[in-house]
Design a protein around this ligand. Structure first.
Ligand code: SF4
Length: 1010
């Protein structure tokens, strides 16, 4: 390497050498890991398949991002200049999140674009819905038909009958804005079967709903769940966990299974599922009782004054009768002697007359008293882990100081009732240590994220959709999507036009047979449009199947909280970019995609245009070109405008290379806006934002100055202003007005007034709550099934069309401990029957010491099926579905086998087993606060019966209705508990927020005013 200069701002520590970028490989000295970006237009390398001949191949290297999981790691497409085909995908070293590295699924994108079974043309059903008969149809007919339906629904004010249901979006806000342009509150997501539990716990503390841990600089890394393989942002985070370990960080892992992550841990424990919060509070208690917490941070940044104020009125509302020490939450009403209205009212009063004697030492004394019961012995009893092992971990945590990074996404938070309390108790350790937005600590996600302002911003919809945001769940983090079939069956409305977008609820969600029942009833769902690159179990019950592009065939932008920085990634159709690089015009992505595969951006813009061709509905303007008024916006103008106007530093960087900002992003695929964002809460509010300020009793500062415009429109919670119309601008701490946190108090909320106000005062501070699978709530012959993990090679429904991945991982046996297996009399490979509340499934046993004795586990990404010939033949079993009334059965007819296709490898398929679809046998378990589906199942496991066959499934959907109704009784609905006659606290995040006036409950259902 000659004359090397470190390139500032390059997260891969690249340097320049001889005028070219050098991306160091593992040796860090000699070998380059990636081609220098200066040669991406014409890169030459030897053809590995021609070896030992030295045949050179020339490539154009075009960046995009992976679409398999939410991490959106950078990819580089190697486009062969001779064949004009993508030869392979490797990592993009310019992507600040993934830094050139990918998991196995990234390069396997190649399999997906060449998949012989993929859908290449729009299809319309030819027989009854679900009968498996399809005919090819043109895009024009599809667009005109769907646009006419939507226009009619809008004109007839049936806007709540239009719904868009998305899996992992992989983009930041494009489709929400399309729905807002239509004036429709029709966004529905998968989040309540995924991450709402964790989100609720984080939002309660810091206003923002995700952590952005700085693992690489941590002294102690604390992970709950198999984070390296199945947590969130697992490649970008996993590589930073390893960086942290390489620098000496200690890794603590909680997981009931011995996961890949656990094998890297310095301290690994396997707790009883659902006991995690008890352990976390015992660690918190250790820090508190021994004064090992960051006293100054707690004094400055916790809302302890607000807590003391309410406590002076009511004492410890958690105490005595609260469920943390025993009873299951089911069927509880507020148990304090005062009713919740009285409490909320009195708290409001107490806030206005805060006692002068309230001081921090008093709070510390109370903290010691309140958490004293969370001893290691108590946690040991709950978790089944020895007290001295827990104490050892607590001592390690205490050494971290402000370099304590932690993360908890699925796992416990998505497994158990009140799983949100696990994330809340985990973040309490950060809050005690002051490891918040510090080097090696945890940042609120929005501070490490950049969402650029788009060319058009439609207004908030003027409506509220009860099918997605029902009044029973006023504090839910996302839409109650997995209850949709039950809501439709309840008669809570119907759907005129329902889009599933790269989403497969029949297979992914619990209670899939109830989904089939709803989707096949045309009185409930008028028209189902499945937007999907591949066949899936839900698409079989569609009216239209529309082929959407894979990662290298579509545009999106995204920015994720992978570390303490803000960056933007650009997904693009690589063949379009390659042709444009050669000076060709491409105006429609269908020109370069296989068959008639389209991309969503162009599809939604064209559909929107056709809904309002003449502009009379006021919709068309939001997809209209600014350069050519009267014409539809195109993707080049859409992204060109964003990159020129909303991404600080990008135009200058592009100009330095003689490129437009769009050309720059097409060339490199990402841009780092800033790094080391730091502790925004400590920033002083500048004088120009302080106009006619007012301060309340808790130091919250309000201003009349308008909020400064920002090109970053990342969603941030919006706590209310004061009664005189000023907005909340910051919080006074030790005499200085600081930016604070986006919570109602402006501080980290140890005490959640929101929970207290909305009927959950017993959980107003971090608390352990026994879960629905606590031993107290199981019958003697029941155990727990964990279904919230996956292995790193596959991901839900998106990766089934990748042959390399399928060869490595294609089955999901039931993990059983040897002692448990001996008791049941089963060995590895034997069939076992797993009975849930609504049915059973038959699966093979895998006897392993990698699971806590008595608990069983089954990975959730296998068991794909098809009922007709259409489907991914490498990874889907052919099954027979039958039902009588509410009794449903699924029987496997055949597994995978070799078949002829344009890909010779399909004749080499050697596996037959593709796993078992366990989710069909799970009823819905909506958490009454977060709305999260609580995945852990109380099951009975026994040897299969002689008539049982592998993959057999039986379910009674009437039983699933009963379970749904039982869980609904646990809620505390807005129309009974709302403190202000609204449906939901306005400050809380909500994708696609309606206009504020639509938060009001309808007059007839309002609770009595307080
Ligand atoms: S699937 Fe793997 S490569 Fe693709 S975005 Fe996710 S972590 Fe990155």
């Amino acid at each position: 390497m000659r004359d090397a200069d470190l390139i500032p701002g390059d997260s891969n520590k690249a340097s320049t050498s001889g005028g070219e970028t050098f991306y160091p490989g593992p040796s860090r000295i000699h070998l380059a890991a990636f081609p220098p970006k200066e040669r991406w237009d014409d890169w030459t390398e030897l053809d590995s398949q021609a070896w030992p001949r030295r045949k050179e191949r020339r490539y154009s290297l075009v960046p995009t991002t992976c679409f398999n999981c939410e991490s959106a790691c950078g990819l580089l497409a190697y486009i062969d200049k001779e064949t004009n085909q993508v030869q392979k995908f490797e990592g993009n070293p310019e992507n600040p999140g993934s830094r050139g590295r990918n998991c196995a699924k990234g390069p396997a994108t190649l399999n997906q674009i060449t998949d012989p079974d993929r859908i290449l043309y729009p299809l319309k059903r030819a027989g009854k819905r679900g009968a498996g008969k399809w005919e090819r149809v043109g895009w024009d007919e599809v667009l005109d038909t769907i646009a006419a339906r939507i226009r009619k629904a809008i004109v007839e004010d049936r806007r709540d009958e239009i719904m868009y249901h998305v899996g992992r979006p992989g983009e930041d806000g494009f489709t929400e804005r399309i729905l807002a342009a239509w004036g429709v509150d029709g966004h529905n997501s998968h989040t309540n079967i995924c991450s709402s539990g964790a989100r609720e716990g984080y939002q309660l503390w810091m206003g923002l709903d995700r952590p952005s841990p700085d693992h690489a600089n941590a002294k102690v890394i604390f992970l709950i769940s198999a984070h390296l393989e199945s947590g969130h942002y697992f490649n970008p985070h996993a590589q930073r966990v390893i960086d942290g370990k390489a620098s000496g960080a200690k890794l603590i892992v909680f997981d009931t299974r011995l996961s890949n992550t656990a094998t890297h841990a310095d301290h690994f424990i396997s707790p009883y599922p659902g006991s995690e919060a008890a352990i976390l509070l015992s660690i918190a208690n250790y820090l508190i009782q021994n004064s090992l917490y960051n006293r100054e941070f707690v004094r400055r940044w916790w809302n302890w004054e607000e807590y003391l104020a309410q406590r002076s009125e009511f004492g410890d509302q958690r105490s005595d009768k609260q469920p943390r020490s025993g009873e299951m939450f089911i069927g509880t009403e507020p148990t304090n002697e005062r009713d919740s209205n009285e409490i909320a009212e009195a708290i409001n009063i107490s806030r206005l007359r805060r006692s002068d004697s309230a001081d921090f030492e008093e709070f510390e004394g109370i903290l010691k008293e309140v958490y004293a019961e969370y001893t290691f012995e108590f946690a040991a009893k709950e978790s089944g882990v020895e007290a001295n092992a827990l104490e050892e971990i607590a001592k390690v945590v205490a050494t971290a100081g402000t370099r304590f990074s932690s993360h908890n996404w699925r796992s416990a938070t998505s497994g158990i009732s009140h799983g949100w309390s696990v994330a809340r108790c985990l973040f309490m350790l950060n809050a005690l240590l002051g490891a918040v937005a510090t080097e090696g600590g945890v940042f609120p996600n929005a501070w490490n994220k950049f969402v650029p302002k788009p060319i058009h911003t439609p207004p908030h919809p003027k409506m509220w959709n009860e099918k997605t945001w029902p009044r029973e769940f006023p504090l839910a983090m996302h839409e109650m999507s997995f209850l949709l079939p039950h809501f439709l069956k309840d008669g809570r409305g119907k759907l005129d036009t329902y889009f599933t977008r790269v989403y497969n609820p029949v297979w992914t969600n619990p209670d899939g047979f109830s989904w089939i029942e709803a989707l096949t009833d045309e009185n409930l769902v008028g028209c189902h449009v499945a937007l999907t690159p591949v066949w899936n179990e839900t698409s079989y019950f569609a009216d239209y199947i529309l082929p959407m592009g894979l990662g290298p065939e579509r545009h999106d932008i995204h920015s994720y909280e992978t570390h303490d920085a803000q960056w933007l990634g650009f997904r693009q159709p690589v063949m379009r970019a390659a042709r444009q690089r050669n000076g060709e015009d491409v105006n429609d992505t269908r020109e370069v995609n296989p068959g008639e595969v389209w991309e969503e951006n162009e599809f939604w813009m064209e559909l929107t245009w056709r809904i309002d061709r003449d502009g009379s509905l006021g919709i068309r303007q939001f997809v209209e070109s600014r350069k050519n008024p009267g014409q539809r916006l195109g993707v080049d103008e859409y992204y060109g405008w964003i990159f020129e106007n909303s991404v600080p530093g990008l135009p200058e960087k592009a100009a330095a290379e003689n490129l437009t900002p769009l050309e720059f992003m097409r060339r490199y695929g990402s841009f780092e806006i800033s790094r080391k964002v730091g502790a925004i809460y400590e920033e002083e509010v500048p004088a120009e934002e302080l106009d006619d300020v007012a301060e309340d009793h808790f130091g919250r500062v309000f201003t009349r100055a308008a909020k400064p415009a920002s090109p970053n429109v990342v969603p941030i919670p919006s706590p209310d202003g004061d009664a005189d119309g000023r907005r909340l601008v910051g919080v006074k701490v030790d005499g200085e007005i600081k930016r604070g946190f986006p919570t109602p108090s402006g501080k980290l909320e140890f005490y959640s007034k929101t929970l207290a106000d909305w009927g959950w005062h017993e959980y107003a501070i971090p608390t352990y709550i026994k879960s629905h699978v606590h031993p107290d709530n199981l019958e003697a012959d029941q155990t727990i099934l964990i279904s919230t993990f996956r292995i790193p090679i596959q991901i839900h429904t998106r990766s089934a069309n990748a042959k390399w991945l399928n060869e490595i991982a294609h089955t999901n046996p039931l993990w059983l401990h040897p002692k448990h297996a001996a008791k049941l009399g089963v060995r590895t490979g034997d069939l076992v029957r797993v009975e849930t509340e609504i049915g059973y499934f038959v699966v093979k046993a895998w006897v392993t010491e990698g699971i806590k004795p008595g608990i069983v586990a089954c990975s959730h990404h296998m068991g794909r099926w098809k009922v007709h010939e259409n489907g991914q033949k490498q990874m889907m079993a052919t099954v027979k579905l039958d039902h009588e009334g509410t009794q449903w059965g699924l029987e496997r007819e055949s597994g995978a086998s070799p078949y002829e296709s344009k890909d010779a490898d399909t004749l080499r398929i050697w596996w037959n087993d593709v796993g078992v679809h366990q989710n069909l046998t799970f009823p819905v378990h909506p958490d009454p606060i977060s709305g999260m589906h609580c995945w852990h199942q109380a099951v009975r496991v026994r040897k299969a019966e002689s008539a049982d066959s592998y993959g057999d499934i039986h379910v009674d959907t009437e039983k699933s209705r009963e379970v749904y109704r039982k869980w609904l009784t646990m809620t505390r609905p807005a129309d009974k508990y709302s403190p202000d006659q609204t449906r939901r606290p306005y400050w809380m995040l909500r994708p696609l927020k309606p206009a504020r006036e639509f938060y009001k409950l309808p007059e007839s259902t309002k609770p009595a005013p307080r």
